[in-house]
Design a protein around this ligand. Structure first.
Ligand code: SF4
Length: 369
């Protein structure tokens, strides 16, 4: 038996002793050993063999697999990753982390051009998104508790709440959620309606906003926008993203997020710095983009519309906690083996070890929900 086989077996044994459910010799076969109802039967190897309705493997995928397995520098191995159903599934990976573009799912067809042969879509995006969803569920991010949707006064009337959500969005540009949230508390304590913002002295307003970034400009825009709202919209905010963009200091990103949070209408994807950075890292765009607005257009061209509202919140929190602008935590990321921008470099041994730890944690969670 090879050294890798011995390591794998030893790890599987340890896991077996610890969790009392893992009995498979190979770590990647854990899904077959576990008879837990939490694992979808169609995801087990045995069930896959028996399932007649398996999709045919595309020629492109078969070719890709052949070239992967015959490449001189590549040694395909299998690890477990979270699938679209948030379950563990074997994924073929190559030891050479620099060639991750060749990574694909074993039983899930290559994602590119699966739903429509004419439509471009990035490889493995569903798996990556579900992994992000799983990471977000595990750790709260500032946006969850202090995001703009949490800044309005629930006791206020609906018009005022919508206005407060817009104000929070205007303040949040290039400002941390914590800082925006605190400034919103100060504003609310001195009355946060369009009329109150018009009436407050500009210097006093600036003091209330400080240390929000660009607080002087934001104070000016807030007062101009509030005047427009009073004069043109009866102190409410406009009900279309186009009209919202006519307000001073409101751009497309803010308008689309405002439509979702204030009016509960999805009109576009809100692309802020986190979304812009992450989708470029993941190569979720046909070509790299420089501006968030370009990113929004490209992302909307392939991402199903029913995911538009979710994706902003998911990626913003993911960017705040894991995929940070500087020194992203790739070694902790569930996508580390399939992300094109991953900086994670592991040996086969550490890969198996970390995947085994993930499996053990998953099992423990299932056993003790
Ligand atoms: S592997 Fe690194 S760069 Fe890729 S999504 Fe995860 S944290 Fe971001």
């Amino acid at each position: 038996m090879s050294a890798k086989g011995v390591t794998t077996k030893a790890l599987a044994k340890k896991l077996s002793e610890k969790s009392r459910v893992v009995q498979a010799v190979k770590v990647q076969d854990i899904e077959d050993a576990v008879k837990s109802p939490y694992f979808s039967p169609v995801q087990t190897r045995q069930q896959r063999k028996n399932t007649k309705s398996q999709p045919k493997r595309s020629e492109a995928l078969v070719k890709s697999e052949k070239s992967t397995s015959t490449s001189a520098n590549s040694k395909p191995i299998k690890v477990n990753a979270l699938t679209n159903n948030n379950e563990l599934q074997s994924v073929n990976i190559k030891e050479d982390v620099n060639e991750r573009k060749d990574i694909h799912l074993d039983s899930n067809e290559a994602n590119t051009k699966t739903e429509s042969q004419d439509k471009w879509e990035p490889q493995n995006w569903r798996l990556i998104l579900e992994n992000i969803r799983a990471m977000r569920a595990d750790a709260a991010a500032p946006v969850d508790t202090m995001g703009c949707h949490k800044c309005s006064d629930n006791e206020a009337d609906e018009k005022t709440q919508r206005f407060q959500k817009l104000v929070a969005l205007m303040l949040s540009s290039q400002t941390k959620d914590e800082i925006t949230y605190e400034a919103m508390q100060r504003l609310k304590s001195s009355g946060l309606t369009p009329q109150a913002i018009i009436e407050i002295e500009t210097g006093k307003l600036e003091e209330l906003l400080k240390p929000v970034s660009f607080y002087k400009n934001k104070a000016k825009y807030l007062q101009l926008a509030s005047r427009m709202l009073v004069e043109k919209y009866d102190s409410d905010i406009p009900g279309t993203s186009k009209e919202l963009q006519t307000l001073p200091g409101v751009g497309p990103k803010m308008a689309h997020i405002c439509m979702a949070t204030a009016w509960n209408q999805v009109t576009g994807i809100g692309v802020d710095v986190h979304v812009h950075r992450i989708v470029n890292r993941l190569r979720w765009l046909p070509k790299p983009t420089k501006e968030p607005e370009q990113t929004r257009v490209e992302l909307e061209s392939w991402l199903p519309r029913d995911m538009w509202q979710d994706v902003n919140h998911l990626l913003v929190g993911f960017g705040q906690t894991v995929c940070k602008a500087v020194r992203p935590h790739c070694s902790e990321c569930l996508n580390r083996e399939i992300c094109p921008a991953s900086t994670y470099k592991s040996t086969t041994k550490t890969k198996i070890k970390s995947e085994s730890a993930n499996i053990a944690a998953k099992i423990s969670k299932l056993e003790n929900p």
